[in-house]
Write a protein that binds this ligand. Structure first.
Ligand code: NIG
Ligand code: FE
Length: 408
């Protein structure tokens, strides 16, 4: 599905729009000229030559335009669901306790291992379609529920296929070091050897891996184990990132910074040394308010300190069956403001330019400027801040992916 009633080479206009370009909202209503899949021109509508509207069709008028949204942290491909665990948590059992009892991530590992590649594709597709209908044009999808070469490969192949069959750019992340699979119980170092010497080389050779992630936590992997994974990743020329400082401070952020990580994610427990380290390495701080909300966390990520340090902040869904069963990125705009006190501009930048940087795509994605790909969303709103202010599905008037209108 790449659009049916579309004419990517024909010049089209969007006129009188309030434009958030990925970093700021323009003061004046703007006109965008789209041709050959690119933004050909961008100028204040007051300066728009009169004959343009007789020469070229107006595809949109008024409203708000933003870059296509980027969900830079998801676990979108998985088997089964964890509604039962949701109920357990309502009865007072914690996420960490459920994990210790072999539930949590491991129950999704069982369901994912029993699912076929087609099953996983069929279950992930409607979730991705929901994100697409909410304005997402680039998504990162992690493995991490297979935890063996065969099943991690299956997950990553599904992620690649989603990118081929749907109008969205998919970046894959190998998260072999997500949880210890049952067959390695008591032998975490041996599992990490398997990840580094067997799984990663094979999956990288098959072009299934764009980046490598780890879960650095006392219920997951230690600093030393994560470092082994990062060393192996660098040997394959792959960028790294980490689930760090989510439930406790393990100083995973400093390790990530040492390996020039693209991003550190969650970071509720990030301290000043961690902030200083990621500031130096230019690493993006990815905030995941959906997991904070779902797990009813009480420790807030250090947003004010990150802001003062000038660390770029991204915002993502962390869409997954356990800690964030939420498949709506615009809801994260609202949660990032309400729960974490981001400004609407920061939140919007967090799902556009900074999310692109968190994927190593800062030069090509998440920005609207002349010469850039025409990948953007046209919203029914008067001001970009409204996208964060109200929680309101179905505001997308049109979605343009590389110059093509996506049927909504
Ligand atoms: O980002 N923190 C670890 N991993 C995921 C949770 C995955 C799950 O619960 O299935 C996260 O929150
Ligand atoms: Fe995650």
């Amino acid at each position: 599905m790449t659009g049916t009633s579309t004419t990517p080479h024909q010049t089209q206009l969007w006129v009188g729009v309030r434009l958030f370009d990925g970093t700021r909202t323009h003061d004046e209503p703007m006109t965008l000229v789209v041709a050959d899949g690119r933004i050909k021109q961008m100028l204040p509508s007051s300066k728009q030559p009169a004959q343009w509207e007789s020469d070229w069709p107006v595809a949109g008028r008024g409203g708000v335009v933003t870059p296509g949204l980027i969900d830079c942290h998801t676990h979108l491909v998985f088997g089964g669901n964890r509604a039962g665990e949701f109920e357990q948590r309502l009865e007072g059992v914690s996420y960490a306790e459920i994990a210790a009892q072999g539930g949590g991530i491991l129950s999704t590992v069982n369901a994912t291992r029993s699912a076929s590649e087609d099953d996983l594709f069929a279950s992930a597709k409607p979730r991705l379609e929901a994100l697409i209908a909410d304005g997402v044009t680039t998504i990162e999808i992690k493995s991490g529920y297979g935890l063996s070469l065969e099943h991690e490969r299956k997950m990553l192949r599904v992620a690649r296929r989603l990118g081929r069959e749907l109008p969205v750019d998919v970046m894959t992340t190998f998260l072999g070091a997500h949880a210890l699979p049952p067959e390695y119980k008591g032998r975490a170092d041996d599992y990490i050897t398997d990840v580094c010497e067997h799984m990663l080389p094979a999956l990288a050779a098959e072009q299934l891996v764009d980046a490598v992630d780890v879960f650095c936590e006392n219920i997951a992997f230690s600093i030393d184990q994560c470092e082994r994974v990062f060393t192996a990743s660098k040997q394959h020329g792959l960028p790294v990132k980490g689930h760090v400082e989510q439930l406790s401070n393990q100083h995973g952020s400093e390790l990530c910074a040492q390996y020039q990580a693209l991003s550190v994610d969650h970071i509720e427990w990030l301290d000043e040394a961690g902030i200083a380290a990621i500031q130096r390495s230019g690493t993006v701080a990815t905030l995941l308010p959906g997991a904070f909300y779902t797990l009813r966390d009480t420790t807030l990520p250090p947003v004010e300190k990150l802001r003062q340090a000038g660390v770029p902040m991204a915002v993502a869904t962390d869409a997954n069956p356990g800690s964030s069963p939420i498949f709506q990125l615009t809801l994260m705009l609202n949660m990032a403001c309400t729960l974490f006190r981001l400004t609407p501009t920061e939140a919007l930048q967090g799902v556009t330019q900074n999310a692109a940087r968190a994927l190593g795509l800062g030069d090509t994605h998440g920005l609207l400027a002349e010469g850039h790909a025409a990948t953007f969303c046209h919203w029914q709103a008067d001001h970009p801040a409204e996208l964060a202010y109200s929680v309101q599905p179905n505001r997308l008037l049109s979605r343009v992916f590389k110059g093509e209108l996506t049927p909504l």
